[in-house]
Design a protein around this ligand. Structure first.
Ligand code: MRU
Length: 336
């Protein structure tokens, strides 16, 4: 790869172009979004996904919607209702609203979108994206100190370039350690049911020539038992005030295994993913997704009886006592 920019404005600001992650790894296709409904749909369908990139796309999508004549608050409402768990979505939209208020426009005002308001909002959206890129770089530098030659590193889902403004969160230490010339191996959980590990993490790491081995989600235990996984890095969608962390379904299982086998388990994320309004993980809303993602999607033929009941939460919550530490743009915060 190395088009690191997978979410950008057209020159006239009327179009947001994003890499369509539902088509990866077979097809690298970009899609164009022009209004809040299209942006919300792209987030909901995981065309654009990963907590930080959802926030970036939401802020930029809001600008595009306004350039095309939508009202700020209606577009914010529509985009904001697309997915519930990643706090970066509401965080980015609220930050855009603060920028609007600081510009002298009160939330109760009706106003015609003037070009200086639009330019100010576009600048703010691009600032969110640039800050996230810098955050990725810092997480990478801090996290890479934990990687030494010969290690096996496990990651779950995709918290890489495809999920952020640059190197990713959980994959940032991996990119950074590789750039430092360290020799290690990454194990990528395939991450059922939507296969973000197989389709996205394996795709981006192999493109960057990082030694990557794809495993099914039920194989991590045997690798840990054999001593072949020495550290785990995962991303996060929302971290509660007590450190409980929502991330892709299956993360909790990995954390339990890591605890059992004494493998350090690190959560990597920007401070924008930490939500002081949620006191514990039980306050975090977990998105439920359609059962077809389990029974049919990604199979050539349906792999389950047609009317079987399904349970398909997109995320789970890892309690803070299973987490060795958090890696943010401010450094490594260990819990022990
Ligand atoms: O449903 P997704 O693919 O958006 O879930 C993504 C994750 O769970 C990531 O680990 C998380 O958003 C962090 S991305 C840096």
């Amino acid at each position: 790869m190395t088009n690191w920019d997978i979410c950008y404005f057209s020159d006239d600001g009327r179009v947001l172009t994003v890499l369509d992650q539902t088509q990866l790894p077979m097809v690298e296709r970009y899609v164009q979004l022009r209004n809040s409904t299209e942006v919300a749909d792209a987030i909901r369908r995981l065309v654009v996904r990963g907590a930080p990139l959802i926030g970036i796309a939401a802020a930029m999508g809001l600008c595009v919607a306004m350039v095309n004549g939508e009202s700020f608050f209606e577009a914010k409402r529509i985009i904001g209702s697309s997915r519930p768990t990643a706090v970066n979505l509401s965080w980015a939209l609220d930050r855009m609203e603060s920028a609007l208020k600081n510009f002298g426009i009160k939330s109760t005002d009706t106003y015609t979108s003037s070009s200086d308001v639009i330019i100010m909002l576009q600048t703010e959206a691009l600032r969110i994206k640039e800050e996230d890129a810098e955050t990725c770089r810092k997480i990478g530098q801090f996290g890479s100190r934990l990687i030494t030659d010969g290690m096996g590193v496990l990651t779950h889902c995709n918290a890489g370039h495809l999920a952020t403004g640059h190197y990713g969160t959980a994959l940032a230490p991996i990119y950074s350690a590789a750039m430092d010339g360290k020799s290690f191996r990454v194990f990528a959980d395939e991450t059922r049911p939507l296969l973000q590990g197989a389709r996205l993490t394996a795709y981006e790491l192999t493109k960057h020539n990082i030694d990557t081995t794809l495993i099914c989600d039920n194989m991590a235990a045997s690798l840990m038992a054999a001593g072949r996984i020495n550290i785990v890095f995962v991303g996060c969608d929302r971290v509660a005030a007590n450190g409980d962390t929502a991330n892709k379904i299956g993360t909790l299982g990995v954390a339990v295994l890591a605890k059992h086998f004494g493998v350090p388990f690190y959560v990597c994320g920007p401070l924008s993913t930490f939500d002081s309004h949620c006191s514990t993980g039980s306050d975090i809303i977990i998105e439920q997704r359609p059962g077809e993602e389990i029974t049919t999607m990604h199979y050539a033929h349906p792999m389950a009886p047609e009317h079987v009941k399904t349970f398909n939460p997109a995320f789970d919550v890892t309690p803070h006592n299973l987490i060795t530490g958090y890696i943010t743009e401010n450094g490594i915060h260990t819990t022990k």
